[in-house]
Design a protein around this ligand. Structure first.
Ligand code: ME8
Length: 508
């Protein structure tokens, strides 16, 4: 039986246009989804939009539109961005979809039946931008006595009737769970923060609001709408057909990985597991939080006018150079800065020079000296075997790195081999062998073609478009692109198309 692999991105708020920060998490999840598909897993990859709550209601009002019309428009923008960035999602969920509404209400009922929901009144701070309740001691106070959320957003005092979730009942259970599942939450820094947050004590969580309308009605009490995070987190289950246990998609649960940004680790690593424990539903296997991108040294913000829109970036750079840069520049999980200069350097040095040149030199020698045909395989020297050995273990090495969401380390494993292949071609000098030893020349080119095929195959998840072009040029047909196909060499004599440049070079 094929193993299943369920992976999700956050569902993005439709309060504003998508930007490169949203694209980042989706690209990272896309790489992992594609990697597991190529490894032979049955993958279900979910993304979508989070459309309810006070923040979206306010944004719609500011735009002079009803929340529904506004959400339709912005959700379509997010979907379009996912398509433009070649995010290979299997489903795109909208929390305004009727099936999701039914599902969130079913989860609420289940948690209520188990005795974990009660009616009370909330009195305390709320931050609309973060859609988060903060306790007094989490707030930052200015010398003038004004209070702000730890994220710098403004807070307001709420006093309203509210349903509560008995989060306090889960403090020890959560701590015990984190301890028994050391890989549940990463990276380490985020894990430490969450553990200390839970250790400080969990208060019951307000999970409904009465002072605005734009939300899912609480079952049997139409005065209340659900707190947007109760609604939003349920998307991971409603996309599979919950509460219909017989829905075949339910077999994908539990999710293997919820990929999120570090800003929303608390909701995923504390609230979500507690809701699931309360409902008696199995917990996801892993939550991993990516780091934060700034732009040319500054936080992206509408007021600074420096929000990077992926479409603008695509005017100048290829999609694959953007995807590569985002995952290569900083160890996944860490924070980084997006600058034009850094993007150009990564592209020119690692894509155009290291990989592009290697492919171009090899393929043009084959075109010129081997009649554009896959050369005969011959005797292999120690150096040949060493390089091919490094290539052969790439799928395994990458799987180990991706298991721990080390996307950057995975790329570094491939680049070690690309650099080794460049040393190999320089030492073997196939261009000088044509006259003196054509058989050895053919062997060397054969080794390089095989190495390039392995490299291109494992890089497909990161750069699908350019690696598809490279595999075309290497004569690898569509049904020879899974990792398992690497065991079967491309037969000698296969005709290769005329070589073409892979990566453009950019100037500053
Ligand atoms: O939080 N750097 O939605 P959201 C890196 N609806 N990642 C970034 C980023 C940046 N500068 N900016 C955004 C929500 N992100 C909720 C989620 S899930 C059940 C509900 C990414 O539109 C990052 O993944 O505010 C972050 O967590 C997410 O976008 C926040 O998107």
């Amino acid at each position: 039986m094929t193993s299943r692999f369920y992976i999700t991105t956050p569902i993005y708020y439709v309060n504003g246009a998508p930007h490169i920060g949203h694209a980042y998490t989706s690209i990272a999840a896309d790489v992992i989804a594609r990697f597991y598909r190529l490894s032979g897993y049955d993958v279900f990859f979910l993304t979508g939009t989070d459309e309810h709550g006070q923040k979206v209601e306010q944004a719609a009002k500011n735009a002079g539109l009803t929340p529904r019309v506004f959400a339709d428009k912005v959700s379509a923008d997010f979907r379009n961005m996912a398509d433009v960035m070649h995010i290979s999602y299997d489903a795109f969920i909208r929390t305004t979809d009727p099936y999701h509404i039914t599902s969130a209400q079913a989860l609420w009922r289940r948690v209520a039946e188990k005795g974990f929901i009660y009616l009370g009144a909330y009195e305390g701070w709320y931050c609309v931008r973060d859609e988060c309740f903060y306790s007094e001691n989490e707030l930052v106070m200015t010398p003038e006595g004004e209070r702000y959320a730890p994220t710098g957003a403004s807070v307001e005092w709420l006093k309203e009737p509210s349903y509560f979730f008995r989060l306090s009942a889960f403090q020890d259970k959560l701590l015990d769970f984190y301890e028994r599942h050391p890989d549940f939450l990463g990276p380490q820094g985020v894990r430490n923060e969450i553990v200390s947050f839970v250790k400080q004590g969990l208060k019951d969580l307000s999970i409904s609001r009465t002072t605005f309308q734009w939300g899912i009605p609480v079952p049997d009490d139409e005065q209340h709408v659900m707190y947007v995070w109760f609604d939003a987190l349920t998307n991971y289950l409603s996309a599979l057909g919950y509460p219909h246990e017989t829905d075949p998609r339910m077999a994908y649960w539990p999710a293997e990985l919820h990929l999120v940004g570090k800003d929303i680790a608390r909701f995923h690593a504390v609230y979500w597991p507690a809701f699931l424990m309360a409902a008696g539903i199995e917990l996801p296997r892993k939550i991993f939080a990516n780091g934060w991108w700034t732009v040319e040294g500054q936080k992206m913000s509408k007021s600074l006018g420096n929000v990077v829109n992926p479409y603008d970036l695509l005017q100048e750079f290829s999609l694959d150079s953007i995807r590569f840069f985002l995952l290569r520049e900083v160890p996944f999980g860490g924070d980084s800065d997006l600058s034009r200069k850094a993007l150009i350097t990564r592209n020119n040095v690692e894509l155009a020079n290291d990989l592009g040149n290697l492919a171009q030199r090899t393929l043009s020698l084959v075109a010129r000296n081997c009649g554009g045909l896959m050369p005969e395989r011959g005797h292999k020297t120690e150096e040949d075997l060493k390089l091919l050995g490094q290539v052969n273990i790439l799928p395994k090495l990458l799987e180990l790195q991706l298991k721990r969401c080390a996307l950057t380390d995975a790329l570094e494993e491939v680049w070690k081999v690309i650099r080794a292949a460049n040393v190999y071609i320089t030492r073997q000098e196939p261009w000088a062998l044509r006259k003196v030893d054509p058989v050895r020349m053919a062997n060397v080119l054969g080794v390089l073609l095989e190495a390039l095929r392995g490299i291109a195959t494992v890089l497909q998840p990161f750069m699908p478009e350019s690696m598809a072009r490279l595999l075309d040029q290497l004569g690898v047909s569509d049904d020879e692109r899974l990792f398992s196909a690497l065991n079967t060499p491309i037969p000698a004599g296969r005709s290769l198309p005329a070589p073409q440049g892979l990566f453009p070079r950019y100037t500053e």
